[in-house]
Design a protein around this ligand. Structure first.
Ligand code: NAD
Length: 460
């Protein structure tokens, strides 16, 4: 079906000499998916790869409220590590803080943050303000696509009414609406935007089909047309919540196995030998997605009178993991007939996940705060952390080289950046502490037998 030729028949009413007369109005044709000029709102981990991809066919517009970011991007500087400087500089894109530029766009893609507030309630402020801005600046005939992770219903029930009210336009009459959740995996060089199948959904099958064609410009792995926008929204949030719940199970089992004197990593390795065992590992769950999106579902459940017990319990379990790690360390000091008081603790890693520079909502900060309140002197080293948001870490000293910071009394390795394997071979690691110093290795980076010679070693 050629989507460009499709026009829905719409009936609108008009008064004429006190008589209600029905007249036929034709909505604008959908843009040409191949050449449509795309504007991306929100140039972060999600928006940036998109704008680089879309700019290959036509000059794109990148809008962000952050002036510093826009200046940096215009100069080829990106702190997310998701695109290279060469890709950025060669992209046929203009970066701007001027919302009026959105009028030039055939398609507007929204990639703004959807975090939670201090009470873990959904914070839609960026999404709603972006919707208002779109309403003020969009042209007739454009297609608005939301990519931000939301609770099902948000795009049509919260964003759309704002766009319609502000613009005076009507969806499917003057413009079109779609949703396509982003599934990128920051820090993973093997799964980039183009390698991940993308879900798309529009308000009508024609819009969905348009989105399939549009996103084929940037995604090679294929498109999945979802039944409707709400299904597409729900699919994304389910993916992340499933991950949170499964990691919570591993974190809970880690605490039980520890009491039993066995290692969760050994148990998982053995259980993984069965074809249908799902491989998840214990650890800190932070970041902008997995540790946030389940709260959107918890809030949705509340509105529908459902307590969402499993998700609530999973969140609580994962939020307790930083405390478990500190208590484990205290126990290890006790085994050495000493306490954590005034001990110099080196924490390796502070980003929320391996090989990703993002520190947003990293639970390492929570763990370091707790170490500090227990009387320890905390030092942190993370050569990957670049897009740094210091959320906590009170009393922590951030160091540029652990080999240059004096001797430590214990080490906690929170995650296994690839670069740590190069930087910390066993002799280097051993040189950082005296013998029998506690070493907590959350990712099982080190061979148990080899390190146990020098360290009081623990891993899940
Ligand atoms: N990071 C991920 O791995 C990932 C993966 C899948 C989905 N998502 C979802 O995608 C969305 C964006 O996430 P992200 O990681 O790219 O966020 P980000 O913080 O990296 O980038 C968001 C950008 O939006 C800008 N912004 C904020 N408010 C704005 C506004 N009102 N108008 C215009 N720009 C605004 C910010 O300055 C920032 O540059 C979120 O809903 C997130 O849950 C993220």
């Amino acid at each position: 079906m050629n989507i460009k030729t499709i026009c829905n028949e719409n009936l609108s009413s008009q008064h004429n000499s006190n008589q209600l007369r029905l007249v036929r109005s034709e909505p604008p044709a959908l843009p040409d998916a191949e050449t449509a000029r795309v504007a991306v709102i929100g140039l972060g981990y999600v928006g940036l790869p998109l704008i680089c991809g879309f700019s290959k066919n036509s000059r794109s517009i990148g809008f962000d409220v952050n002036k510093e970011k826009v200046n940096e991007l215009s100069n080829g500087i990106d702190h997310t590590g998701e695109v290279t400087a060469a890709e950025l500089l060669s992209a046929d894109a203009m970066f701007t803080t001027d919302p009026a530029e959105l009028e030039q766009a055939d398609v507007i893609v929204v990639c703004v943050p959807t975090p939670v507030n201090a009470r873990n309630q959904p914070d839609y402020s960026a999404l709603l303000s972006a919707s208002r801005m779109i309403g003020q600046n969009m042209k007739k005939g454009s297609v608005v696509v939301f990519e931000s992770t939301v609770d099902p219903g948000t795009t049509e029930e919260r964003c759309l009414p704002i766009i319609e009210e502000v613009s005076g336009f009507r969806e499917s009459v003057d413009f079109y609406l779609g949703y396509s959740p982003e599934r990128i995996n920051p820090g993973d060089p093997t799964r980039k935007l183009t390698d991940i199948k993308k879900i798309v959904a529009g308000t009508t099958p024609y819009v969905t089909e348009f989105l399939v064609d549009l996103y084929s410009r940037v995604v090679e792995a294929g498109l999945f047309p979802a039944a409707n926008i709400k299904v597409a929204e729900a699919a994304k949030i389910l993916e992340n919540t499933q991950r949170d719940v499964n990691i919570a199970l591993m974190n809970q089992m880690m605490t039980l196995y520890d009491k039993m004197g066995i290692r969760a990593t050994d148990v998982i390795a053995a259980a993984s030998s069965k074809w249908n065992f799902h491989h998840y590992r214990p650890g800190l769950v932070g970041g902008h997605c997995i540790a946030v999106d389940p709260y959107y579902l918890i809030d949705a459940g509340r509105r529908h009178g459902l307590p969402m017990d499993l998700i609530v319990a999973a969140r609580a379990t994962n939020e307790a993991t930083p405390y478990f790690m500190v208590e484990k360390l205290e126990e290890m000091f006790e085994q050495n007939q000493t306490s954590i008081q005034n001990k110099r603790i080196l924490v390796l890693g502070r980003t929320f996940k391996e090989d990703c520079p993002d520190t947003r909502n990293s639970k390492t900060f929570k763990m370091m705060d707790y170490l500090w309140t227990r009387g320890a002197e905390v030092f942190n080293f993370d050569p990957i952390a670049e897009d740094d948001h210091f959320e906590g870490g009170r009393g922590t000293t951030f160091i540029g080289d652990p080999l240059d910071a004096g001797e430590f009394d214990a080490i906690i390795v929170t995650l296994s950046h690839s670069v740590f394997y190069e930087q910390f071979d066993l002799p280097t690691l051993e040189s950082l502490t005296k013998r029998k110093a506690p070493l907590i290795d959350m990712r099982g980076m080190f061979d148990c037998e080899a390190v146990e010679d020098h360290f009081n070693y623990w891993r899940p």
